[in-house]
Each structure stands twice: as structure tokens, then as C-alpha cells.
Design a protein around this ligand. Structure first.
Ligand code: PRP
Length: 184
């Protein structure tokens, strides 16, 4: 079996596993304090948010419901198609419930805008949006996360759930992908 080494495609590491774990704990503490006895539904936006979501849920110190939604706007490209596609909906009826929407990254903000509109139409008690990363220059008009982990420059990042063409999600850190490894 030929073993390929994804690490060779990484230009530099932005956040190490330790830095990631520390920030996830801080966010979990904030959410635990904010929601106390409210038993929110934590909604994971697949697939990118998967690692962040699991780490975050595991660090929460209050009752939560876990659910998953899958949308896609990038396909196998490095730029958003501009159209968000719903692949799998939540199983939970969120009417009257507090919802924490968990994303991995806000880039154009299109996916978050779509999800906020979709969830709002279902009349939840509240929606809090959490994203592990946000791009510094995502437009002012773009939907913003209420809570985010780190602000990053406008580079193509992978790892800790983030992919290019389906690969690199399993890297334990967040790194900048070498430009020669992706095509627009
Ligand atoms: C990525 C990412 C966010 C979204 C952010 O998802 O996980 O959901 O794009 O980009 P935006 O702010 O420009 O909308 P993608 O569509 O690649 O699906 P994936 O999570 O399955 O990788």
C-alpha cells in the first residue's frame, strides 16, 4: 500500500492541536454559562464543523441535544459556487428551542446566512451562531458568527475538519495549503 503524506502539502501551521483545544474549552465555558439549564440543541453543520462540534459538545458542562445538518456550497472547488445546497436536514423540531449553530468557518458568509434564514423560519426560541474560524476580510454585509474561535487571513486553510476536495480534514491542526496543491 502506498502511503501519501498530507503534511507535505502544508505551507505553515496556523493553530496547533493545543491552541485549538484551549480555544474550544473557552468557547464551551462561554456557552455553558450562557445556556445553563436551557438544554439547547447544538446543530453541527457537516462536514467541516465535525471535529470542532464533537470537541465542543464534549467540553459542555450542561444538558444539550445533538443534531446534524449537511449543506454544501464548495463542491470540490476552492471557491464557493454561490449556491447553498441542503443535503441532510436536522432531525429535531427546533420550534421553541434554543439553537446553537456550529460552523467551522465563515468565508463569504453565504452558508451561515442560508442556515440562519432556514432555522429562523422554524421559530426557535433563539439562535446563537458559533464558528471556529472567520476570515478577516469576509465582507461587512456577510452573516457573522456571534462567537468565533480565531480570525484568519484570506488564505486557503485545511485541517481540523476543513477540506480541499474532500481531503486534509483529518489533520489535527489548521494549516495553510500550498497554492500548488489546489486549483480554482
Ligand atoms: C464550507 C464550510 C462552511 C462554508 C463556509 O462548507 O464548512 O460551511 O463552506 O463558506 P461560506 O462562508 O463562503 O459560505 P462546504 O460547502 O465546503 O462543505 P463541507 O463543510 O462539507 O466541506
Amino acid at each position: 500500500m502506498k502511503i501519501t503524506n498530507e503534511k507535505l502539502d502544508i505551507e505553515r501551521i496556523l493553530y496547533t492541536p493545543k491552541q485549538i483545544a484551549g480555544r474550544v474549552d473557552e468557547i464551551a465555558r462561554t456557552l455553558t454559562e450562557r445556556y445553563g439549564g436551557e438544554r439547547p440543541v447544538m446543530a453541527c453543520v457537516l462536514k467541516g464543523a465535525s471535529f470542532f462540534y464533537i470537541d465542543l459538545c464534549r467540553s459542555m458542562r450542561s444538558h444539550i441535544e445533538m443534531d446534524f445538518i449537511s449543506v454544501s456550497s464548495y463542491g470540490s472547488k476552492s471557491k464557493s459556487s454561490g449556491v447553498v445546497r441542503l443535503i441532510k436536514d436536522l432531525d429535531t423540531n427546533i420550534e421553541g428551542k434554543h439553537v446553537i449553530l456550529v460552523e467551522d468557518i465563515i468565508d463569504s458568509g453565504l452558508t451561515l446566512k442560508y442556515l440562519i434564514e432556514l432555522f429562523s423560519s422554524r421559530k426557535p426560541a433563539s439562535i446563537t451562531t458559533v464558528s471556529f474560524l472567520k476570515k478577516t476580510d469576509c465582507g461587512k454585509q456577510a452573516a457573522q458568527a456571534d462567537i468565533f474561535g480565531f480570525e484568519i487571513p484570506n488564505e486557503f486553510v485545511v485541517g481540523y475538519g476543513l477540506d480541499y476536495a474532500g481531503y486534509y480534514r483529518n489533520l489535527p491542526y489548521i494549516g495553510v495549503l500550498k497554492p500548488e496543491c489546489y486549483s480554482e
